[in-house]
Design a protein around this ligand. Structure first.
Ligand SMILES: Nc1nc2c(ncn2[C@@H]2O[C@H](COP(=O)(O)OP(=O)(O)OP(=O)(O)O)[C@@H](O)[C@H]2O)c(=O)[nH]1
Ligand SMILES: [Mg+2]
Length: 349
């Protein structure tokens, strides 16, 4: 396993979510050997963190024999280069880490194309004049193309490949649109399952549809939308499982996955799945609602599905908030209640 060091920053008094960063890094297949959290008064344009702090990271890296440093924020191309000048390890920023995870989890042709496009768009501004990808490229996190394919680092080739991929994704968007129209024509109501990554969307999708899609304690397990017909009491609906959201989702990925997210558009209702056992669930809900609004889906009615109730402490007081349904997708508790709520919302309003 690749050994890495995590670097996060407390900015404007807001502490970083180091657990999420650890989970991301673990999903990318590494093992965390140390972490540094710096207080930043301002962002240093040359290194993001301060120069002295960068030197501290370098020392720490040598002590721990860490070959990779993962930064919890996005680095400008010049900041990465400058940090590489000081720190004797591979420098990975948040976007590159998330791109790496997506590349591991893309299985279909379409998914791989979407990830490759996002990766190449990330790479392009990071090439040097000679078209050489500057970051140390050998092995491990953040360097893999989709499906273990080697990414090309030549500018002209990248540009050409980007336009090929964009064309393919346009075709994909058209195909998806035709499918959606067909579904709309069939007049079967659509229920979209959305939420932060790892909230339990796929587990819920399986519980509602008796499907057996892969649910795992990894971030971004699901990349492709899954759709399946199922009955809610006497009526048919189509459930759609979707890619999870995360704060600071790289814009390259939002663009590349746009057609995937468009699957939410025709939904009659969105289930916003929340991991209620996570102390940060409120923040995660904000990220999800903000992303849905940015995609233009804020008008679709929502039910908040407070999931993982089985993990709550015994004495947890469940507030009867409007529009909330409390469930455990894993233990299949509260599913009937949720079905009733969906039924009311779609068929009785
Ligand atoms: N304890 C508990 N664990 C759950 C529950 N629902 C899901 N999980 C676990 O949470 C982890 C993530 O579940 P998934 O269903 O893959 O989550 P997801 O939202 O689809 O995640 P991504 O597709 O990666 O964004 C898995 O390990 C599940 O077993 C629940 O109700 N209780
Ligand atoms: Mg999933």
């Amino acid at each position: 396993m690749e050994k890495f060091l995590l670097v996060a920053a407390e900015e404007k008094g807001i502490s970083p979510d180091i657990d999420e960063l650890k989970q991301l890094a673990r999903t990318a297949g590494g093992v965390c050997v140390g972490e540094k959290i710096f207080k930043l008064k301002r962002i240093n344009p040359a290194y993001y963190i301060g120069r002295g702090q960068a030197e501290e990271v370098a020392k720490f890296c040598e002590e721990l024999n860490a070959k990779t440093v993962i930064f919890d924020f996005d680095l400008k191309p010049n900041q990465t280069r400058n940090l590489e000048g000081i720190i004797p390890a591979k420098i990975i920023d948040r976007t590159r880490l998330i791109l790496d995870i997506f590349s591991r989890h893309a299985h279909s042709e379409d998914g791989k194309n979407q990830v490759e496009l996002a990766q190449l768009e990330y790479l392009l501004p990071r090439l040097t004049g000679k078209g050489i990808f500057l970051m140390q490229q050998v092995g491990g996190i953040g360097v893999r193309g989709p499906g273990e394919k080697k990414l090309e680092y030549d500018r002209r080739r990248i540009e050409k490949r980007i336009s090929v991929l964009k064309r393919k994704l346009k075709d994909l968007a058209k195909r998806r649109q035709i499918q959606r129209r067909r579904r709309l024509k069939s007049k079967i109501p659509i229920v979209a399952i959305c939420g932060y990554t790892n909230a339990g969307k796929t587990t819920l999708f399986n519980a509602l549809t008796k499907a057996q899609a892969t649910a795992q304690d990894k971030l971004f397990q699901t990349l492709e939308p899954l759709t399946r017909r199922a009955k809610i009491f006497d009526k048919e609906v189509i459930f759609v499982d979707t890619v999870g959201f995360i704060k600071n989702l790289p814009p390259q990925l939002i663009n590349a996955f746009h057609s995937t997210l468009e699957e939410i558009a025709p939904a009659g209702i969105v289930l916003v799945v929340l991991d209620i056992s996570d102390p940060l669930w409120l923040l995660h809900r904000e990220v999800v609602l903000k992303t849905l609004a940015e995609l233009g889906f804020d008008k679709i009615p929502k039910i908040f599905v407070a999931n993982k109730c089985d993990k709550l402490p015994q004495n947890f007081v469940i507030k009867n908030e409007k529009n909330f349904v409390y469930i455990s997708a894993l233990k299949k508790e509260g599913i009937e209640m949720l079905k009733s709520r969906i039924y009311e919302e779609i068929f009785e309003k």
